[in-house]
Design a protein around this ligand. Structure first.
Ligand code: BGC
Length: 734
């Protein structure tokens, strides 16, 4: 039977190496490591990314999350033949460079364990089965463990093992580290280093437990420990490698801490570490697993999506957040976007609220950066950066990388994609509504919510007898610097409405915090009246004749391109039409008005007719040029009862990382697609929502062949079990 917890590669697919490196990543909320091999393989891109460790190299436009030394290398020689995957699979008998006789790699997503089994023949004829395992401990986030088991199927081979740390890795050529201290003593090797501009110090140490006499040496930035032994026919020998990582974000002496910990981890041993790690994973899955009966692929893809969110979510740190590509690749340089609050965070708010809280605390702790941005642009309050890193300052590059024609494209998102401030506020309110965590709201959340409201109060423009917001980029990034994005304007109205309610709530329930915030944020009666005026007079572009929201005035004056006619396609319509032309057309990059409908639901106050008209207008114009798009469309299509379309879109969303249908998974997991997929199922297909009386309700529109979806959510501190059946039968139980 197919195990619905395993992602498998069988046989070896060298052409998919970079895709697989990403999707088979392991991690523990402190760091993630791409699934590069223990042995060298041309073209692989090893990366271990640690939350919060950013650095800005001279000449680069922006800081980036720094690739840590590679802890994976284990080189194995069998009777003098180097074990590697380049071996021809057809030279079965007397292979000059060895023969790869079998290969299977499995990511066990239930226990965060990557396993690889390989059958290899040395040139002497000896055949060895090698089983590699690795995990990033969830019970002790500084510990990384590897095991290699060698079994002599045929022959009595001589085995030579070299285990190293590799300080030569870079971020695609950018070397962020300096001040290296490389040591090798006994069976412990270590690397100390410091990021050159930001000054973060790192300590990484590794201890090898294997038979034979160990010899340690340092070769440049690669400390190595070596051992040799004979493997008798039908005998298994186990080699364990324990690596530990600390940075100066954790301790003053990261190198000493790592060395000490490596010793301790080795003493504990692989089995004990693995069992503690498994127990920890079981706790997370107990709350976060969503079970689908009737669709194995959907089941697996949902677990895969949740796995990648769980390995990226910081457990013990409120100064870091999840980047758009999680920690699984160098794409977007590890920067944090709205992807986190509106896509990745909600599944955590519902199933792991303490992790959602950590992510919101990151924004609280970076309010200073948001205030700087507001001030620098002549506004009040907090204006969050479109791309954020460790400082909380705006870190969106102003220019793209060099294009094939040698030019660079101006990137406007850092200037104009201002809806991020409301997106963050939205996540704060959603967290509060679901968890009832009043303490968080009083002490932190309200300050985020209200200071971003203050920003909008100063940002809107009184014009033409109403309020307008010019020079925006809505979710649809193909149309830049437009005036009156309906998404932005309408979300701002929502934001200010809820802000006024929040002020009242604070006054009634937390008078001290109310007073503190009124003083600190200058929430004067005039300011609140100004908010009321904006709510009443904000311009919401709407076509009364057609009964649709207008994405922005002028949108329908542009060239109409029937996007469905371009199917089947692998490229985006933007790529097909070219940047210059596509921005002058009605082609939309991603859910925009549709996103507004997903987020606000009934709070949008639109009739079913308007929702359907909007859908019929915008869906056929959408390119899905962003991975954020299909899941939001699934959600809305499901709610509209368009079950077949919803399922098609669900599959599109589910395959983004697993099938690499955008061709860019090498850069990292699409974190927002993962979070969006889960929301599409919970909020869209199951119709999970809090009704007007504060009760949890479902309104299912499951795909026809799904028999049942079961899941747990936390609602106001209580764990609630749901079993949503098809046809429409619901049984919520306590
Ligand atoms: C999308 C944005 C998203 C960013 C990072 C862009 O292509 O249009 O909405 O925030 O990618 O994932």
């Amino acid at each position: 039977m197919r195990r619905l917890w395993n992602i498998e590669e069988f046989p070896f697919h060298p052409e998919k190496i970079l895709h697989h490196e990403t999707i088979f990543s392991i991690g523990n909320g402190y760091l993630s490591t791409r699934a590069s091999f223990e042995e060298d393989y041309a073209g692989q891109t090893p990366a271990t990314l640690i939350h919060g460790v950013y650095n800005h190299v001279p000449g680069a436009l922006v800081p980036e999350l720094v690739n840590a030394p590679n802890w994976l290398p284990i080189t194995i020689r069998i009777d003098g033949t180097l074990f590697h995957l380049n071996a021809k699979t057809t030279d079965y008998l007397y292979p000059p460079r060895g023969a790869l006789l079998g290969y299977r790699r499995t990511l066990h997503i239930d226990e965060g364990l990557l396993r690889r089994e390989v059958l290899f023949r040395a040139k002497t004829g000896s055949v060895v089965r090698l089983v590699f395992e690795r995990f990033a401990s969830l019970s002790d986030q500084h510990v990384l463990a590897q095991r290699v088991q060698l079994f002599a199927v045929d022959g009595n081979p001589e085995i030579v093992i070299e285990s190293s740390l590799d300080g030569t890795v870079t971020n695609a050529g950018n070397q962020h580290w300096g001040d290296f201290q490389v040591t090798a003593k006994g069976s412990i090797i270590s690397i100390g280093a410091k990021t050159q501009q930001s000054g973060y110090r790192l300590g990484m140490a590794s201890k090898l437990i294997a038979p034979g006499k160990h010899k340690a040496k340092v070769k440049g930035l690669q400390p190595t420990v070596m051992t040799a032994f004979t493997l008798k026919q039908q005998e298994t020998i186990t080699v364990d490698k324990f690596t530990t990582v600390f940075t100066s974000r954790d301790t003053h002496e990261p190198l000493t801490a790592a060395q000490k910990k490596a010793d301790q981890a080795a003493k504990k041993g692989y089995d004990a570490l693995l069992s503690a790690h498994r127990n920890e994973w079981a706790k997370y899955w107990r709350d976060s697993d969503i079970q689908i009966m009737g669709d194995d692929n959907a089941q697996l893809s949902l677990r895969f999506a949740m796995y990648h969110i769980l390995i990226a979510a910081p457990r013990h740190d409120q100064q870091v957040s999840i980047g758009a590509k999680t920690l699984s690749g160098l794409g977007y340089k590890g920067h944090v976007f709205w992807d986190t609050e509106l896509f990745i965070l909600p599944p955590l708010t519902l199933t792991q609220p303490h992790l959602a809280r950590n992510l919101l605390m990151y924004r609280y702790n970076k309010l200073l950066g948001a205030r700087h941005k507001a001030q620098a642009n002549g506004y009040e309050g907090a204006m969050f950066p479109w791309e954020s890193t460790d400082t909380g300052e705006e870190t969106t590059p102003q220019w793209s990388d060099v294009q094939p024609d040698g030019s660079r494209i101006r990137i406007w998102t850092g200037d104009s994609e201002q809806h991020i401030s409301t997106d963050i506020a939205f996540a704060v309110l959603q967290y509060w509504r679901w968890t009832g965590d009043d303490e968080f709201l009083r002490s932190y959340g309200a300050e985020i919510f209200l200071d971003t409201a203050v920003f909008w109060g100063s940002r809107v423009e009184a014009k033409n007898g109403r309020y307008e917001i010019s020079q925006q980029i809505g979710p649809d990034e193909y149309h830049e610097n437009i005036d009156n994005s309906v998404f932005t304007n309408r979300m701002v109205v929502w934001h200010l409405q809820r802000a006024l309610e929040m002020v009242d709530w604070l006054k009634a329930h937390a008078p001290n915090d109310h007073q503190r915030l009124v003083t600190a944020l200058k929430l004067t009666p005039e300011r609140l009246n100004h908010w009321r005026d904006i709510i009443a007079k904000m311009y919401i572009p709407f076509d009364h004749e057609k009964q649709i929201h207008i994405q922005f005035p002028g949108f329908f004056d542009m060239e109409y391109i029937p996007v469905p006619l371009y199917e089947p396609r692998t490229a985006s319509v933007q790529a097909i039409l070219g940047h210059k032309r596509s921005i002058q057309t009605q082609v939309i990059k991603q859910a925009d008005v549709v996103m507004l409908m997903a987020l606000l639901g009934d709070e949008l106050g639109a009739s079913r007719e308007v929702i359907l008209n909007n859908w019929n207008t915008y869906y056929p114009r959408t390119d899905h040029g962003s991975s954020l798009s299909p899941s939001m469309h699934t959600w809305v299509a499901a709610r509209l009862g368009l079950s077949e379309t919803a399922y098609e879109l669900f599959q599109h969303a589910a395959e983004i990382d697993l099938k690499d249908n955008k061709g860019n998974v090498r850069d990292g997991i699409h974190g927002a697609a993962c979070g969006g997929l889960i929301q599409a199922v919970l909020f869209g297909m199951c119709g999970l929502h809090i009704d007007a009386d504060g009760k949890l309700k479902t309104a299912p529109h499951l795909p026809e062949h799904w028999q049942q979806v079961s899941f747990h959510v936390y609602y106001r501190g209580r764990r609630r079990a749901f079993r949503v059946k098809n046809p429409v039968k619901v049984s919520p139980s306590a």
